[in-house]
Design a binder for this molecule. Structure first.
Ligand SMILES: Cc1cc2nc3c(=O)[nH]c(=O)nc-3n(C[C@H](O)[C@H](O)[C@H](O)COP(=O)(O)OP(=O)(O)OC[C@H]3O[C@@H](n4cnc5c(N)ncnc54)[C@H](O)[C@@H]3O)c2cc1C
Length: 420
């Protein structure tokens, strides 16, 4: 049996980021995962700007190593297709120049990205990495938690950081985070080769289709002519409509709307599915001697399905609080509640905004009306681009007054509230 202050269960983006941030703060940890890496994770593989920003904060050499080793697709924007099919192209940066090393986002297969994070973990001697080690029991003891692996090995820790993903037993049974189908999505994905018609600068594509709302069909470009193709929807609607998402994905790909783009393409992996615990419901992610990070803390964006960035962010926040816990030898719920305070400030406001947009977009006519305004006005497109990095500006999106002003701005001139 080992006794150690901090044990992290799960070495996906949340757990690996927690261990790395702790290590850069000079704090050792034990990082445990049941898988051996490289391992796959069902995902759209889109890595938003949050991830390079946070990893650069640790050390800019990390992202350099990532780009050299895995040459991910550098992504410069989004192609947004509302139900009306009126294409809107939103670059992430206004007037950008395509320099791959400075890309605002990437698409990288998770089998590569997660293995890369493990490589970074291995560079840090103060992270005790245990792979192929499944935690099967977690019990409270006087000091904190007692963990037991399938192999029989055990650990006692003062702080348990759970990064064990969407199916975390600890999150459900010990921390009490239920699976609420109204705040949960189901999604399937397959890899294809030979899909055509991409934007030359690797814009990711979100297609909001009539029959799959709230949710979307996606096509994300990967290097070497491959693409990540998938369909995600809120779980309550999947259940209500009795949908089989694998079959629906096949039907969309074969439909008249996409037939041309998939004509010469071949599906190179089976269609696989997984759940997305959405961050649209406020939850408490801390308690006596524990913190929940990433999917274990239900932190996926309810509009976009993006969870990697929030997994990494929550890992950083957990690590930074853990540093204080160690310094002050405090691991009680009252002290750890500071985690929820910071999650609230950094992530919840954004998650709530995405939830409101997800709800607004349930009404097809509203989506078509708003996207009609956007498509007709290049200045509005420019403004939306700026919203990618400016959260205060993004808040305007849920205000009817904003759209009214845009509607009236026939000249293309921005109204004063947003003309900065
Ligand atoms: C179909 C689909 C598409 C998605 N597309 C995107 C996208 O394009 N972009 C994006 O940002 N997000 C996307 N997401 C969300 C994203 O995949 C998750 O938010 C992200 O993986 C969360 O990371 P995590 O580290 O919390 O969990 P995970 O990545 O699930 O990692 C959890 C780790 O814990 C380990 N583990 C679990 N149980 C145990 C145990 N008992 N003992 C030891 N180890 C254990 C697992 O082996 C795993 O390695 C998508 C999700 C789905 C399902």
């Amino acid at each position: 049996m080992s006794s150690t202050p901090i044990v992290i269960v799960g070495a996906g983006p949340a757990g690996a980021a927690t261990a790395l941030r702790l290590s850069y703060l000079g704090i050792p940890s034990v990082l445990i995962d049941k898988a051996s890496f490289p391992r796959d994770k069902v995902c759209g593989d889109a890595i938003s700007g949050k991830v390079p920003t946070l990893l650069n904060r640790l050390d800019p050499a990390i992202m350099d190593r990532f780009r050299r080793r895995f040459t991910p697709a550098d992504v410069w924007g989004i192609r947004f297709y509302p139900p009306s099919r009126k294409l809107i192209e939103l670059p992430f940066k206004v007037g950008y120049e395509r320099i791959p090393d400075e890309a605002p986002g990437y698409v990288s297969k998770r089998i590569d990205f997660d293995a890369f994070l493990i490589e970074e973990v291995r560079r840090r001697p103060d992270i005790d990495l245990r792979l192929e080690t499944e935690i099967v029991a977690t019990e409270r003891n006087g000091q904190g938690y007692h963990l037991r692996a399938k192999s029989g090995e055990t650990w006692d820790c003062q702080l348990l950081i759970d990064g064990s993903g969407a199916h975390s037993k600890f999150s459900r049974h010990e921390a009490g985070l239920d699976t609420d189908k109204d705040h949960h999505a189901a999604a399937v994905r397959a890899y294809y080769r030979g899909v055509t018609g991409f934007h030359p600068d690797n814009f990711i594509e979100l297609h909001f289709l009539d029959d799959y709302n709230p949710g979307y069909f996606w096509i994300f470009p990967l290097p070497n002519g491959e693409a990540n193709v998938g369909l995600g929807m809120r779980s309550d609607i999947v259940k209500k409509k009795g949908l089989n998402l694998r079959r629906e994905l096949d039907a969309i790909v074969a439909s008249e709307q996409f037939r041309d783009r998939f004509r010469g393409a071949e599906q190179i992996t089976p269609t696989v599915g997984y759940g997305l615990p959405l961050g649209s419901k406020d939850r408490t992610l801390s308690g006596d001697h524990y913190l929940l990070t990433g999917d274990a803390g239900h932190l996926i964006d309810p509009l976009t399905g993006e969870g990697i960035g929030n997994a990494v962010y929550s890992g950083f926040i957990a690590a930074e609080l853990a540093e204080k816990c160690v310094a002050e030898n405090r691991f009680d719920a009252a002290f750890l509640a500071a985690y929820d305070v910071r999650i609230e400030r950094v992530l919840r406001t954004e998650l709530r905004l995405s939830y409101r947009l997800q709800q607004i977009m349930q009404y097809k006519w509203i989506t078509n009306f708003l996207t009609g305004i956007v498509a007709a006005n290049p200045k509005v497109i420019e403004l939306l681009c700026r919203m990618y990095t400016d959260f205060e500006l993004r808040k305007q999106l849920v205000k009817p007054g904003f759209w009214w002003k845009m509607f009236r701005t026939k000249t293309g001139k921005l109204p004063a509230i947003v003309r900065k």
